[in-house]
Design a protein around this ligand. Structure first.
Ligand SMILES: O=C(O)CCC(=O)C(=O)O
Ligand SMILES: [Fe+2]
Length: 310
């Protein structure tokens, strides 16, 4: 499969309309590192060249072809699933109806090649790989959203092309008005002129090989592939409690060998999280077992002093 020029996009949204609804600013990586509150894009990031060369359909098939993968229908909400060997799936990628949607990327062993958070704390990273045919749709959504556990997202396009629309969380009411909302997904169309009018912060981009898009926490985003496509998204949390809550929820929490922090640090992290009431609100949304697992993880990281506060 060759990397070709961007396909004709007029069926997605005519160019003139793209300008009307506004483009995501394109900036250099140095400047980008400081800008973590608004979406931005960096074009042709040369550090990603090697990664793009490694993650072509052929090379993934050669290394991981026998792996069994769970696929979903390329249109969100069809609720159709399938299982296939990755090699067979990749061989039929032009014509398949299925999407390898948000799969844990650890099997391709690329964590050391991905960009890191510019902040000083070294967070845990959650890397996802997305492989699919033209026409995959991820409807407007906020990643992992509940009010206090939201992630940054470095969305990295490695093969083929995708159309992405984003909008600020303050426009949630305008975006979801009249739309069908499922949790933190909604079926508003980014190409609907009524939506452009109602949602002032709506911005769009077309990403191609080696483009990086930063999606800040809670930003709504809509993603549609325009060709066979391979993307990676790197998620991380600025707040450590949020990171632990997400790790436990994903079954990825690893008990540290020793208690790493202390109660004072816990209280500082709790403050940053939104305080005890915010934590209580999150914990109350969970099952008793999930709640217990999270509190145990806190005590494993911060020590038993946390039991006085949770
Ligand atoms: O590429 C896609 O289909 C969706 C990506 C996405 O929503 C994400 O990275 O959070
Ligand atoms: Fe997402």
């Amino acid at each position: 499969m060759l990397q070709t020029a961007p396909p004709d996009l007029s069926y997605v949204c005519p160019d003139v309309r793209f300008r009307e609804i506004g483009c995501i600013p394109i900036i250099g990586m140095k400047c980008a590192a400081k800008l973590m509150e608004t979406p931005w894009m960096s074009r042709d990031v040369s550090a990603l060249d090697e990664l793009a060369a490694l993650l072509t359909p052929q090379r993934i098939a050669a290394r991981h072809g026998t792996r069994l993968v769970t696929l979903e229908h390329k249109e969100r909400w069809r609720n159709l699933r399938a299982q296939q060997r990755l090699g067979d799936y990749l061989a039929g990628l032009d014509t398949t109806e299925f999407y390898l949607r948000q799969s844990d990327a650890s099997f391709v062993d690329i964590a050391h090649r991905l960009p890191v958070s510019p902040r000083s704390r070294k967070p845990a990273y959650f890397d996802n790989i997305w492989i699919g045919p033209p026409g995959t749709v991820q409807t407007f959504h906020q990643d992992n959203h509940n009010d206090y556990v939201t992630n940054h997202n470095y969305f990295i396009q490695l093969f083929g092309w995708k159309y992405i629309a984003v909008c600020h969380p303050r426009d949630t009411f305008a975006l979801t008005d009249g739309a069908t909302v499922r949790g933190h997904h909604c079926d508003a169309s980014p190409t609907d002129p009524n939506v452009w009018q109602r949602v002032p912060s709506l911005r769009h981009a077309i990403v191609g090989p080696c483009d990086l898009l930063h999606i800040p926490p809670s930003y709504w985003h809509y993603v549609q592939s325009l060709s066979v496509s391979i993307s990676v998204s790197r998620w991380w949390f600025d707040n450590h409690l949020a990171e632990i809550i997400y790790s436990v929820g994903q079954g990825r929490w690893e008990r540290p060998a020793i208690v790493v922090a202390d109660t004072r640090t816990f209280l500082a992290d709790l403050e940053e999280f939104g305080g005890a009431s915010a934590l209580k609100r999150v914990l109350l949304q969970l099952s008793p077992i999930a709640r217990f697992a999270i509190i145990m993880a806190f005590s494993e990281f911060y020590g038993k002093g946390v039991f006085d506060y949770v």
